[in-house]
Design a protein around this ligand. Sequence first.
Ligand code: URA
Length: 269
Amino acid sequence: MSRPPAAAVSESLLAFWAEAGVDAALLETTVDRIAEGQRPLAPRFAPATAPSHAPATVRSAPRPLAIETAREIARTCSDLEALATAIEAFEGCPIRFEGAASRAVFSRGPADAPVVVIGEAPGAEEDRAGRPFVGKAGRMLDRMLEAIGLTDRVFITNTVFWRPPGNRTPTPEEQLVCKPFVEQAIRLVRPRMLLLVGAPATRCLLDQTEGINRLHGRWFEWRTADGDLEIPALPTFHPAFLMRTPSAKAMAWADLKTFAERLNRPARP
Ligand code: URA
């Protein structure tokens, strides 16, 4: 019997892996690509072309720190469209080169929303669609928001804009690189309140390291790094966690009621 050509064997193996749920190629050991040497960044406002997926070492010489560059770029974006374009062109977040589709996943929802919701990171469906929270967790989030009358009244984004390989939690360093863009998004939307879903969003936005079990349902003041804006922020459970842990739904519901009660409270004269 003649052996199948190598391409057919590879295709069949890939199909088998895909069916078994393998959807990302990972190295056996963790590589800290931020410490590795400040990956070269795209020129400011470079056109949003598809990024090269060549390893950092074969790309041009090191540039200034990615976080500082992100800050500089984000500060100059005067509307959400410019911010989306800048994120798309930004090459300072290493996750972008670790298997995510080339398109950044930035936001969905109206630019004048009274509430900004911040999640953790895009998953596989978000990576494909280019929009946050469009998969199972997104449908759960939509139901949570509907329950407190916020359907179509929230601006939704994440702490990072590319899907971490294997859906791992983004590292604090990866979140720090993207944070200036998240801050600028909040600055531009100027919501009345922030809803932080899950521990990674709470850690990133509020610098809180305690677990979500201790932090959920408590009010915090979120401040920009410059201190020019302060907004009440409430951490709650991530919808993906609630799907795995239905017993936590009652606590999440209490958090949402707390949130809605303050949002709907008439403003003081
Ligand atoms: N989980 C998140 O935190 N964000 C998404 O966009 C999707 C799932």
